[in-house]
Structures are given as structure tokens and as C-alpha cells.
Design a protein around this ligand. Structure first.
Ligand SMILES: *Cc1c(COP(=O)(O)O)cnc(C)c1O
Length: 350
């Protein structure tokens, strides 16, 4: 008999990033900042000496150390991944038994549900309230009702750009024995991190990425921060050479440079505030824009009439964003890119 794909995967279609040559790319929440020239030179020199015929350090020790130092953590809590995406995948695939529940929320990062489904877990996806807040009470109630073994959410949230406070997150961790996975991909743009709680709780994993604030989406580097038991499991489960030598070199050089990161974060926040102010003022004049959510990330989330048409009209002007009708998610770009977006929106909503 011919080989058949299993039921969970046979109807999947490959992830299709938005391709094409758009003049203004505000779709993927990347940093708009190029690498600092001095850092680039330092990296190129290190690359010269790299032994690319050899496998990389399987523990990615130097880059984990640089990451731990930047966030004032002990490196014993840190595991590096090929993007935080790889770590999400490992956690969901291996930390739960077949059919056990993974609780996530809607809207939130779609990969959580995706991995739960393809790995044969029970994906429990609960819609958020109208204002998109996420409270401890709400999460705990659904953990209890669903008997999920794990809960995962982004904080601040992609795509709503809302943040839940650190004390509220601690309330969740403290009052459940489920695994709590907090994806802090955007926390540099806010200030409610629970990284410091990692030594205190055995059921907490905090995920971090170099793809957003750090400006290194191209090297695929992320981190899981968790207690000894979880960290030991993650280090045993990941594929041995998951972070390649070049990513380790680039990641280490940039993470060792808090000044570069600090100035990048403040430039991105400035851009985001400009974009938010622009869309907010547009909303005062254009009835089509229903709500603009005060952003805690590097993007702005808003509700708009005919979101699909607005998206298409922007695309025709070579400006690409994301839409989840009736919402738009617009990444903060350079000043010129933000201005181009605002001008185009103004015209489209005429
Ligand atoms: C962008 C993003 C990530 C991606 O991380 P990688 O390290 O690039 O794999 C993870 N979580 C959320 C919520 C994101 O928006």
C-alpha cells in the first residue's frame, strides 16, 4: 500500500510569508534598524577566524552567557534555540503527553495552536474579551475548566499589543500546577517581564527572541529561560547543533553590546509612538477607524472598517502590513516608512 501522510498533517500547506518586492515592509514586526557599523566590523573579524568545517558549540555557551548577562540572569537557566519558534515547538511536542491540553487564547501568536494540533495535543483556544485584556482570573478559570497541562501566551501580545502586568502573571504561575509559558518576544518595548521569577517557580518558562528588539531576525536565535528541571529537559531534547556557528558569533557580539540594544529600543519606541500618534489622529477624523490600541510593542493594532480592502489598497501602493479582519497590525518602521503609511491611509480613507 502507498505511504499516506497522517491525518494531522495531510492537509497542511506550507507557511507562505508575504513575498514580493514591497517598497515599505511593515508586516513582520522586525526591527527597521540595520546593524551598527562598528559591530558589523567586529563580527566580520570573528567570522574570519571561525572554524566552519567544525560543528558549532552544542551548548551555545558564549551566546547564552551574553544573553544571561544582558538580562541579569544566571546562565544555568538559559537554553538557546533556532529562533524561539524552535523552543515553542519542542515544549509543545515533548512536555505534554498525547491528547493533553494546551491552553492558548485568541487573538494571539498562531504558532501555539498550530504546534498543539500537529503534535497531537488538545488545542484549547479561548477567545479573549472584547478589550483583549488577559487577567489571571480569566486564565486560571480556563485552566481549571479545561484541565490543560500547559498554557502559553505572548506578553505583550502579538497582535493586540496589550500587556498583562507582572504581578498578574505571577498570580497565574502561583495558582496552577500547569506549565506556564510566557512568550516575551516584545517585552523590551514594555516593562512587565517575569524573567526574575524563573528561580522561584518550577512551572514557568519565559521565551525570548533576538528577532524583534535586538534586530536579528535573520540569524534565527531565541532563548528559553526556566528552572533547572525544565532547562535540563530542554537541553536534552533540542537537536545537538540547533544554533549554527554564524548565529552564535553574531548573537554574542550584539548581545554583549547593551548600548547598541538600548539605543535601538528607544529608536523603535519613538517610531512606534509616532506611528500610534499618526493613526490616533487619523482616527479622530476618519470614522472608518473604530479603535486604536495603545501599543506596548513595536507595532500598532487597530480596528477598521473594510480591513481587507484597506490592506489591498496599501499593497497596491507597495506598502505591506498584516490584517486579521477587522484588524490591522502595522509594524513601526523608519520615519519615512511611517509617513508613507500614514499618507497612504489618509488617501485610502478619503
Ligand atoms: C516574532 C515572534 C516570535 C518569533 O520568534 P523567533 O525567535 O523569530 O522564532 C515568537 N513569539 C511571538 C509572539 C512573536 O511575535
Amino acid at each position: 500500500m502507498a505511504y499516506e501522510l497522517n491525518d494531522r498533517i495531510k492537509n497542511l500547506i506550507p507557511y507562505e510569508p508575504i513575498l514580493g518586492d514591497y517598497a515599505v515592509r511593515l508586516d513582520a514586526n522586525e526591527s527597521f534598524l540595520p546593524l551598527d557599523e562598528g559591530l558589523k566590523t567586529e563580527i566580520l573579524e570573528k567570522m574570519n577566524g571561525a572554524l566552519l568545517n567544525r560543528y558549532p558549540d552544542p551548548t551555545a555557551r558564549d551566546v547564552c552567557r551574553a544573553f544571561a548577562s544582558l538580562y541579569s540572569l544566571s546562565e544555568e537557566f538559559v537554553t538557546a534555540g533556532n529562533g524561539s519558534d524552535e523552543l515553542i515547538s519542542i515544549l509543545i511536542a515533548t512536555f505534554l503527553n498525547e491528547g493533553e491540553g494546551v491552553l492558548s487564547f485568541l487573538p494571539d501568536f498562531s504558532m501555539y495552536r498550530f504546534y498543539a494540533e500537529i503534535y497531537g495535543k488538545k488545542a484549547i483556544v479561548v477567545p479573549k474579551d472584547e478589550d483583549f485584556s488577559l487577567t489571571a482570573e480569566f486564565v486560571l478559570q480556563h485552566l481549571k475548566e479545561s484541565r490543560a497541562r500547559a498554557v502559553i501566551f505572548s506578553n505583550p501580545c502579538n497582535p493586540t499589543s496589550q500587556v498583562t502586568s507582572a504581578p498578574e502573571i505571577e498570580k497565574i504561575i502561583k495558582n496552577t500546577d500547569a506549565l506556564v509559558i510566557v512568550d516575551e518576544a516584545y517585552m523590551e518595548f514594555s516593562n512587565q517581564s517575569v524573567l526574575s521569577l524563573v528561580p522561584k517557580y518550577e512551572n514557568l518558562v519565559v521565551l525570548k527572541t533576538c528577532s524583534k528588539a535586538i534586530g536579528l531576525a535573520g540569524i534565527r536565535l531565541g532563548f528559553a529561560v526556566a528552572g533547572k528541571k525544565i532547562t535540563n529537559a530542554l537541553r536534552s531534547l533540542k537537536s545537538p547543533y540547533n544554533v549554527n556557528s554564524i548565529s552564535q558569533i553574531v548573537g554574542e557580539a550584539v548581545l554583549k553590546n547593551p548600548d547598541f540594544i538600548k539605543s535601538a529600543v528607544s529608536a523603535i519606541i519613538k517610531s512606534r509612538d509616532m506611528l500610534y500618534a499618526g493613526i490616533f489622529s487619523l482616527a479622530e477624523r476618519k470614522k472608518a477607524i473604530k479603535r486604536v490600541f495603545p501599543p506596548k510593542t513595536n507595532f500598532v493594532f487597530c480596528e477598521i472598517e473594510n480591513a481587507g480592502e484597506v490592506y489591498e489598497a496599501l499593497r497596491k501602493r507597495s506598502i505591506i502590513i498584516r490584517t486579521f479582519p477587522p484588524y490591522l497590525r502595522i509594524t513601526a518602521g523608519t520615519e519615512e516608512e511611517n509617513k508613507a503609511l500614514l499618507l497612504a491611509l489618509e488617501e485610502i480613507l478619503k
